[in-house]
Design a protein around this ligand. Structure first.
Ligand code: PEP
Ligand code: CO
Length: 448
């Protein structure tokens, strides 16, 4: 039997979970046609560069920081929101790099992170049942029949917002904003006075002193590009497969297929069936890939996914995101670590300490405890240490805005604060203070 060649639409013959049903099928075709004609958002060469960084990380010579919104929104789209999110990620990266001496690969859940998997296809409120909100790329957040109808023009709007976001990110990271001499300027106003903010400020001063010292030694800092620019990559869950397919292009240099909607794509906990459509699609694109592994993942499944997505065992191709929950990581992760290592798969081991720790608070808000997030991270680091695996990264939901969505942290978000600034459309995010606190604590775990 000969394997037929992979093609971008090959997923269509597999069972595809979590796909929108467009009531107006011709309109969906029109939107997808338009997407097929639009320029790629990222280049294959950039995706390969990210693969190289991740290959070093898989070997213990780097650390992956993947962070951003749970769901980007059409409404909350502004230059300030993008800038502030980038500030927090740059701050976290500086903390991690400076405190551990390990290079940090920076990847945003941004410029394409619109689609959301849902546990139920419909949502009922006081007797009314409507389709669930699947992210702004599919339908509207408001609980009314019109908004919840899947609207394919949203696919094109998501593309356009991604392009504009990426354009600004490229300007910020290559145009002076991310220059290491501006390390102070990334401290957000509401963070600066907090304990983490002051700790960051002290670290920023040390960096400035080091830069002045090097300049005084006669080193031409202006000529050192790494001090003035940052490589910043984008990632999202490859959920709406028709969208991903429409942005998949053949690289003119290598002839390989790349999903040019983002540098890294991941498959979620709900759509990672080894014989399913999402895995079939991702198996054929050249981008670096992520796989979420929740508490029900078995070692056999994890190995099967590695075989399917990285049969040639290329280092840097695959990141496994453990998202077991604080109570389960210590039991759940080690058998997977052992099985994947035994099978000879050179993956990046990373921890998503967010998605296994979500619960509905008495007030009705979906939330997470900062302490559970840290507890899962400690469990992850311990499991990696025991298995002799390098703890290669974290996957965090955060925002630069001063939200009160996750409980705890040093300037504690208390139960009664949840309602004050709860702004997420989907999962609760860490605010910048909590994110910075996390970065300091992860640095300590890494140094260990
Ligand atoms: C997410 O990352 O927003 C998500 C839905 O994660 P998971 O697939 O791990 O539940
Ligand atoms: Co989420």
């Amino acid at each position: 039997m000969f394997a037929t060649e992979w093609s971008p639409d090959g997923w269509r013959s597999r069972p595809a979970v979590q796909q929108p049903e467009w009531p107006d099928a011709p309109a969906a075709e029109t939107a997808l046609d338009e997407l097929r004609g639009l320029p790629p958002l990222v280049f294959a060469g950039e995706a390969r560069q990210l693969t190289e960084s991740l290959a070093a990380t898989a070997e213990g010579k780097g650390f992956l920081l993947l962070a951003g919104d749970c769901a980007e929104s059409f409404e909350a789209f502004s230059a300030d929101t993008i800038r502030d999110k980038l500030k927090v990620i740059l701050q976290m990266a500086v903390v991690l790099t400076y405190s551990t001496g390990v290079p940090v690969t920076k990847v945003g859940r941004i410029a394409g992170q619109f689609a959301k998997p849902r546990s139920e296809p419909t949502e009922a409120r006081s007797g009314t049942e409507l389709p669930s909100f699947r992210g702004d790329i599919v339908n509207g957040f408001a609980f009314d029949a019109e908004a919840r109808k899947a609207d394919p023009t949203r696919l094109v709007r998501a593309y356009n917002q991604s392009a504009a976001t990426l354009n600004l990110l490229r300007a910020f990271t290559k145009g002076g904003f991310a220059d290491l001499s501006r390390v102070h300027a990334w401290n957000l106003e509401y963070v600066a006075t907090s304990r983490e903010g002051k700790r960051y400020e002290a670290l920023a001063q040390e960096i400035e002193r080091a830069l002045r010292f090097m300049a005084a030694c006669g080193i031409d800092l202006d000529g050192e590009l790494q001090l003035h620019e940052v490589d910043f990559y984008t990632a999202h869950e490859a959920l709406v497969l028709a969208y991903e397919e429409a942005l998949t292009r053949r690289d003119s240099l290598t002839g390989d297929w790349y999903d040019c909607s983002a540098h890294l794509l991941w498959v979620g906990e709900r759509s990672r069936q080894p014989a399913g459509a999402h895995v079939e699609f991702l198996a054929g694109v050249g981008n670096p890939l992520g796989v979420k592994l929740g508490p029900t993942a078995t070692p056999e499944e994890a190995v099967a996914l590695c075989e399917r997505l990285n049969p040639r065992r290329r280092p840097g191709r695959l990141v496994l995101f453990s998202r077991m929950g604080a109570d389960r990581v210590v039991q759940g992760l080690p058998p997977i670590l052992r099985a994947v290592t035994m099978a000879g798969h050179p993956v990046v081991w990373a921890c998503d300490p967010m998605h296994g720790n979500t619960f509905v608070h008495d007030s009705g808000y979906k939330t997470r405890r900062f302490e559970d997030v840290m507890r899962e991270l400690r469990g992850f680091f311990a499991a990696c240490e025991t298995a002799g695996a390098w703890p290669g990264g974290v996957h965090i939901e955060l925002t630069g805005d001063n939200v009160t969505e996750c409980l705890g942290g040093t300037e504690e978000v208390l139960d009664e604060h949840l309602e004050q600034r709860y702004e997420t459309m989907c999962d609760p995010r860490l605010n910048a203070r909590q994110s910075l606190d996390l970065a300091f604590q992860v640095s300590e775990l890494l140094r260990h």
